[in-house]
Design a protein around this ligand. Structure first.
Ligand code: ZN
Ligand code: ZN
Length: 242
């Protein structure tokens, strides 16, 4: 791992500072286990507190958090992609227009925004994905740390191996996180602007301006995003001028 990140990321940082030094939790220090002299439990990762250095940032501004990502179709990656800190909230566009909204996975617009050609659905926003990824990490490591503390307390894990075990869990999480970052890029690239591109090609395939004008008129009643209609209208203008 690189000790420092000198590049300023355009997205919220999944990791900015090194892990905070541990302080002994008072409730655990009296545990009846045989800790080595001077041993203190690492604290649970504080919620909303970044504690990990980045390897770097890719050209698209996404962080690189592991050199050995798991496959992007790994079930744990799917779990990360499906996670939202606010699981019931619709995207802003659907809320504004009273549309039904469905979260498919991070990187993909909701089906309604996808169909209407909305260019900025929140569910496809890299910043939204990274915020959820940070929240997932905090909860995951928090839970895993609790599990390890429990194992030390019940004697199934030697206290001297705690840091090693926790570090392994951290490394494994960041491999999954990197797989999720890769998958986000793939999904985002495949779905981004899909409807506008589709209607653009459709408009290009129409050579009769009257037919295209009727098509545009019909589309205006469907709630298609104005960007899509403008694109088709440009083709109509070109047909009239040709
Ligand atoms: Zn929506
Ligand atoms: Zn949406």
């Amino acid at each position: 791992m690189s000790p420092n990140c000198s590049i300023s990321p355009p997205h919220p940082r999944i990791c900015t500072s090194s892990r905070r030094p541990p302080s002994p939790p008072s409730s655990r220090s009296n545990s009846p286990t045989s800790f080595p002299p001077g041993f203190v439990f690492p604290p649970n990762p504080p919620l909303n507190c970044p504690f990990r250095e980045c390897v770097g940032f890719a050209e698209d501004g996404m962080p690189t958090v592991s050199d050995s990502p798991v496959r992007s179709d790994d079930p744990l990656v799917e779990q990360v992609m499906m996670f939202r800190a606010d699981p019931s909230s619709p995207c802003a566009h659907c809320r504004k227009h009273g549309n039904r909204c469905e979260f498919v996975e991070s990187g993909s617009p909701c089906p309604t925004c996808l169909a209407l050609g909305v260019p900025d659905c929140r569910f496809a926003d890299p910043d939204y994905f990274l915020l959820n990824l940070v929240e997932y990490r905090n909860r995951h490591l928090h839970d895993k740390c609790d599990e390890l503390v429990g194992q030390v307390n019940n004697g199934t894990l030697d206290a001297s191996l705690f840091d090693q075990a926790y570090h392994r869990i951290e490394e494994e999480f960041y491999r999954v996180a990197q797989g999720a970052i890769v998958r986000f890029g793939i999904t985002h690239g495949a779905t981004n602007d899909l409807t506008r591109r589709g209607f653009h090609l459709l408009a290009l395939s129409v050579d009769d301006p009257e037919v295209l004008a009727q098509l545009i008129a019909a589309c205006t009643k469907t709630g298609l995003h104005p960007d899509v209609l403008v694109d088709m209208s440009t083709r109509l203008r070109d047909l009239y001028l040709s």
